[in-house]
Write a protein that binds this ligand. Structure first.
Ligand SMILES: [Fe+2]
Length: 360
């Protein structure tokens, strides 16, 4: 009996020990795996996660690292400043913001030969702290029914009286317009910039409201005839059941092709000063600048690649052909980002001074 007792006691004990050993083993393996899987932290104001996600996921698959993203809308530079150790990589839809971040000492020099060799100099920061990974054009969308492309020419022309009551635009304080208006300041000087921005404000059909796509909708609904919008919204609207009619009602026009070129909105990427995973960070940036990464960017975001041999998105090629552009290529205004960024405060002041967004 005592033996049986002992046996009865030892059996569950043995089972308990075996289970404990397994648990410890599993925990050790899990810890090991966790220690091995490195985490790359990305902060970005590309809020449309759907367009950036595939690139981050492709990099995860290649590198074995996990990419954790902080997605935000406005205030990227302030966030970098207030939480300097939060991220390794910063990706922005507005390269001007990375230029500001670089000026404030928040970015490290990338120093990648791969990127320097692949990306043309006009798309790289002179100080090597960020590079442009894609761009789109801020262009004129026009009513196919009420405007002929021959009526259009330049951004500046939109400030002339013939467009009185015919223009729609989103808020003058939105980053997209701050950048465009900053270009007016940087390339034509304060007096001319004020004249053009006030002229456009005077020609608005309604108070600025809604996002870019809402302006195409307003054209479709007959509220205005032209709008300033980012190029990729045309193919994006065309792919959306509800918005397809808006896209069908508008054509796109690349302004200033006879002059200094069309204004582009550049998106960009860089490494933070405090990057804890610098090698991984550079790896992601190199992937973004690679042919595969760039092709993915064109396919997903309908922007243009910065690599000369990656073709424009087929839909942009088609839209551009209506204006006589070949292969979706157009003359670009390569105004330096630092110049636009340097005018940002002045633009913000002017937009509020002339009450650009006011009801009218
Ligand atoms: Fe956008």
């Amino acid at each position: 009996m005592p033996t049986r007792h002992a046996a009865a006691r030892t059996q569950p004990n043995r089972r308990l020990i075996a289970r404990s050993v397994l648990l410890v083993l599993a925990a050790t393996l899990a810890t090991g795996a966790m220690a091995q899987q490195r985490v790359l932290r990305v902060i970005t104001d590309r809020t449309d996660q759907g367009t950036l996600r595939p690139i981050l996921e492709a990099f995860e698959a290649r590198s074995g690292a996990k990419v954790e993203g902080v997605f935000m809308d406005q205030g990227l530079v302030n966030r970098l400043e207030s939480r300097p150790t939060e991220a390794d990589v910063v990706i922005s839809k507005d390269a001007e913001l990375l230029d500001i971040a670089a000026q404030r000492g928040l970015l490290d020099v990338i120093g990648s030969k791969k990127i320097n060799d692949a990306v043309p100099a006009e798309f790289r920061d002179a100080g090597g702290r960020y590079f442009v990974d894609a761009y789109r054009a801020r262009i004129i969308f026009y009513s196919k029914a009420r405007v002929k492309p021959a009526d259009l020419s330049s951004y500046e022309d939109l400030a002339t009286p013939k467009w009185k009551g015919r223009i729609c635009i989103r808020s003058g304080s939105h980053d997209y317009n701050l950048a465009l208006f900053g270009m007016f300041f940087a390339s034509s000087g304060e007096a001319k910039a004020k004249e053009v921005i006030s002229g456009i404000a005077a020609n608005l059909a309604r108070a600025p409201k809604g996002n870019d796509r809402e302006q195409a909708r307003a054209i479709f609904e007959g509220r205005c005839d032209v709008a300033l919008m980012n190029s990729y919204y045309h193919p994006m609207m065309a792919a959306n059941d509800e918005q397809k009619a808006w896209a069908d009602s508008v054509g796109v026009y690349f302004p200033n092709q006879a002059g200094k070129g069309t204004f582009i909105m550049r998106s960009a990427a860089g490494v933070t000063k405090n990057a804890a995973n610098r090698d991984l960070a550079i790896g992601l940036l190199e992937y973004m600048a690679s042919k595969e990464g760039q092709q993915l960017m064109v396919d997903r975001t309908r922007q243009w690649s910065v690599l000369p041999d990656i073709k424009a998105h087929p839909l942009m090629v088609k839209l551009g052909a209506e204006q006589g552009l070949v292969d979706g290529r157009f003359k670009i205004d390569f105004i330096p980002l630092a110049q636009i960024a340097g005018k940002r405060e002045e633009v913000i002041r002017l937009v509020s001074e002339i009450r650009f967004d006011a009801e009218r």
